[in-house]
Design a protein. Structure first.
Length: 318
């Protein structure tokens, strides 16, 4: 809740709630799981939850549902709630999942975060409200304050989603410090999709309890013995088994192959590419569908990526 001091709105002191009392800590290999789309452009919840179960069974420690790879911002509020509910109805382990609840409209972000808390997700991954650029930090603090106040009765942990190339608004270091100082242990971590590893390391160094997840498998060695809690990767939809071996046993060959899979998409549209390769891997062409404004992966890119993926997998690292 916001109150006024000296003519400026300030967040009221926030009750300290221990994150560990709300849920177990997410860690390790987390796939930014794709969302299947049916021929009407609606989320295909059955196909989506089947992929989620497959990924958990083949190496993922957890999942990020309805993130960028899950095309969350291309779905309506109702569609996003439907996908979240489908995960619960499929009896998937929601305590191993964070779900994207950020939105440009505060009321939507609150509704989605409350729904995530009621269903029992382990965390809410929150983008900044991304339409207005260059806003004052006070506005972003107010946005988080309102979400946390609305979910105080069911205090779901909040992970900040740092993807300035897409959102146009960074969760910068000084702002992260301010949020942690203001809201205590309700803000538990950060997904960093900036690609700036120096930023990720600095964020991870703010507090030992603040869990940072870079968006690349290449960070897994630093998750084993360094500052990171794991990685949240789009390409873990495709290489979860390799990522798991790299994270759990330090298997350098598996790490190399996992990173090679990610590099298949350098210079190519990532989300359509991941979905095109899912269609190939699972023999389900329906996976190739994306929501506008994304478009289908170009056929020439699809052929090249499939050939190179199959070649990587043919190596069968021991």
């Amino acid at each position: 809740m916001l109150y006024w001091i000296g003519g400026r709105r300030k967040p009221a002191p926030f009750p300290q709630v221990r994150a560990c009392s709300m849920t177990k800590t997410l860690h390790g290999v987390i796939a930014a799981v794709a969302t299947a789309v049916d021929y009407k452009g609606e989320p295909d919840c059955g196909r989506s939850t089947a992929l989620a179960r497959f990924l958990l069974d083949t190496g993922c420690d957890g999942l990020n549902v309805l993130g960028t790879t899950g095309e969350a911002t291309s779905f309506s509020l109702d569609q996003r709630r439907r996908v979240m509910s489908a995960y619960a109805e499929a009896a998937l382990p929601l305590d191993r999942m964070m779900v994207g609840t950020g939105a440009a409209a505060l009321a939507d972000a609150i509704a989605l975060t409350k729904h995530a808390a009621e269903l029992g997700f382990a965390g809410a991954l929150v983008l900044p409200p991304f339409y207005y650029k260059g806003v004052h930090d006070d506005g972003l603090v107010g946005y988080i304050d309102a979400i946390l106040a609305a979910t105080a009765a069911r205090p779901i942990p909040v992970y900040l989603y740092h993807f300035p190339a897409q959102s146009g608004l960074p969760w910068h270091i000084a702002l992260i410090r301010r949020l942690l100082d203001t809201f205590g242990e309700r803000v538990v971590g950060l997904k960093d999709s900036s690609g700036d590893m120096a930023f990720a390391r600095e964020a991870a160094g703010i507090l030992p309890r603040f869990k940072v997840f870079p968006s690349t498998e290449a960070a897994l060695p630093e998750a084993r013995s360094g500052p990171f809690a794991g990685c949240i990767s789009a390409t873990a939809n495709l290489n979860a088994d390799l990522c798991a071996r790299a994270y759990r046993t330090g298997d350098a060959a598996a790490l190399g192959e996992a990173v090679a899979v990610r590099k298949l998409f350098d210079g190519r549209p990532l989300v359509p590419g991941v979905k095109a390769l899912l269609a190939h891997i699972h023999g389900e062409p329906q996976w190739g569908r994306v929501e506008p404004p994304l478009s289908a992966f170009p056929s020439a890119d699809r052929a090249a990526v499939i050939a190179n993926y199959d070649a990587i997998r043919a190596k069968r690292v021991a």
